[in-house]
Design a protein around this ligand. Structure first.
Ligand code: XMP
Length: 508
């Protein structure tokens, strides 16, 4: 295992992902957490930071103490902290470096083994290391800075390295190789963190945690809850009780299709038809936030009722993943904020159950790989994100059963069309929105006065920012035609060409 001490850099999670990609397990911890050495811990990486090492409030760790027990690699701020603390000089440089730079190798070393003599790296720093401490040497420079990579040459119990650039970002073209060199050649880590080993170890530890007690879990048809449930099922079989609620706001035929998939996987899942219950609660409500609250509250009610039908349940399974639980270092001071997140609308307060969260340390792409290892069908693993409140936030204004039916049919034509034309995997999320706008049309000799449907498809990495997907005109024409001809009640289709920001992905 590798520990990444976080000083608040926006790139810390990328370091973790680069380490995991090299099949080595790692965890991110706030810099001020004491490091406890055990047999599994093989090395330390110090992250970047928005601070300058010369700030009065700059976050610090005792680098010399760390190297007494483990190899250390400082990245950006981590490298500057190392240099400064051990007697070097770090100052605000005249030439600030942001973006692309060319790394020129000066010395051969295991860390830079296999790296080109000139290699593109990504810089982001205002301070520079102007002089190294005694007993350190420069391994690489760039055109603008004298110290881009350095190492200690002796006097420390373990190898000690610093990199001014960010090897973890995509634009450092050989960065992953450098990180891999640190992990394998310097720390002696074996590349053993694989989906197969994760499944093996997790199932064993779930067996230990759960024993012969019962676990309940809300399933949503999404990737995280399905993979988590499958792992728990592998560990305890029929003692996992899954509950999948049809809130009447799912996609067309989705309830049955997802239940069928759960059956194929062998999960013990009860499907609960609560459509009427949700529609009744939503009747007459058109404020988006109110709709969200009603759906969240009703879900908890239904889930709680179903859970109480199962006797002697002691644990609650959840599909929480690593980005939801990483303790992040706040930039606005050395305080620590913890994000907590519950997948399916939050936990009922009355249910004081022990949590089972097998994906707590995985990133999203790792969840998918573990899912594939478990034999979960690819079409489930590659599904677009779908909001918890479902179609309710894609029906602007009041939700009624009739409108849901209309939207489900139009949405299915769009989504199936994307799949048939090989476009589904090229967009990050897609769906249709039913607008509360009616307009005049003409069909045959008849005048119509029907609803307008908006199509939305976006490209994105994480949903935080997004661009509208540039779908081919021919495809849009075909879908528009299909919808207007087949879904009575819609006589006009428009395509949303707004990016996020300033728009959002959903319309409500
Ligand atoms: P926005 O509309 O904020 O959406 O750009 C970003 C991502 O979040 C999803 N989303 C939700 N997911 N409950 C959810 O579980 C919600 O209330 C909700 N609102 C938006 C949206 O589908 C997109 O993937």
């Amino acid at each position: 295992k590798i520990l990444i001490l976080d000083f608040g850099s926006q790139y810390t999670q990328l370091i973790a992902r680069a380490v995991r990609e090299a099949n080595v397990y790692c965890e991110i911890v706030p810099y001020h957490k004491p490091v406890v050495k055990d047999d599994t811990l093989k090395g330390i990486i110090l992250s970047g930071s928005p601070f300058s090492v010369n700030d009065e409030k700059a976050p610090v760790v005792d680098v010399e103490l760390l190297t007494k027990s483990l190899p250390v690699l400082g990245i950006c701020y981590g490298a500057q902290l190392t240099a400064k603390q051990l007697g070097g000089r770090v100052e605000k440089s005249e030439k600030r470096e942001y973006g692309r730079a060319m790394l020129h190798k000066q010395k051969e070393d295991v860390l830079l083994d296999g790296i080109s003599d000139k290699s593109q790296v990504w810089m982001s720093h205002g301070d520079s290391i102007l002089a190294l401490p005694d007993g350190f040497e420069v391994m690489a420079v760039t055109d603008s800075i004298p110290v881009a990579a350095f190492r200690a040459t002796g006097g420390y119990a373990n190898p000690l390295y610093g990199l001014q650039f960010h090897p973890e970002v995509y634009h450092s073209t050989e960065g992953k190789k450098i990180i891999k060199n640190f992990l394998t050649a310097i720390c002696g880590c074996k590349a053993e963190w694989t989906p197969a080993s994760f499944v093996h170890e997790t199932v064993a530890s779930l067996k230990q945690q759960i024993g012969n007690r019962k676990v309940i879990m809300a399933l949503s048809g999404g990737v995280d809850s399905t993979v988590a449930a499958t792992l728990i099922h592998k560990a305890i079989g029929k003692n996992l009780f899954g509950i999948f609620v049809d809130n009447g706001l799912l996609r067309k035929d989705e309830f049955q299709q997802v239940l069928d998939t759960y059956n194929t996987i062998g999960l013990n899942v009860t499907g609960v038809d609560a459509r009427e219950h949700f529609y009744t609660k939503l009747a007459g409500k058109s404020n988006p936030e109110e709709k969200r609250k009603i759906i969240g509250g009703t879900f908890i009610e239904v889930f709680d009722r179903e859970a109480h039908k199962i006797e002697g349940v002691e644990l609650l399974g959840q599909g929480t993943i690593y980005p939801d639980v990483i303790e992040s270092v706040s930039v606005h001071g050395p305080s620590v904020t913890i994000k907590s997140h519950h997948n399916v609308g939050g936990l009922p307060d009355t249910m004081k159950l022990e949590l089972v969260e097998p994906l707590r340390y995985l990133f999203k792409d790792e969840v998918r790989r573990v899912g594939a290892e478990l034999g979960i069908p690819a079409d489930l693993l590659n599904r677009h994100p779908f909001p918890g409140p479902g179609l309710a936030i894609r029906i602007l204004g009041e939700v009624t059963e009739e409108k849901v039916d209309l939207l489900q049919r139009a949405d299915a034509i769009f989504i199936n069309g994307l799949k048939e034309h090989g476009l589904y995997d090229k967009v990050w999320q897609a769906g249709a929105i039913l607008l509360p706008v009616q307009s005049v049309g003409v069909m045959g000799d008849e005048r119509t006065y029907e609803f307008t449907l908006a199509l939305r498809a976006v490209t994105s990495v994480d949903g935080m920012t997004a661009d509208w997907a540039h779908l081919p005109y021919e495809f849009l024409a075909h879908i528009s035609n299909e919808i207007i001809n087949k879904v009575r009640g819609i006589n006009r289709v428009v395509y949303d060409i707004s990016s996020k920001p300033p728009a959002t992905i959903e319309w409500e």
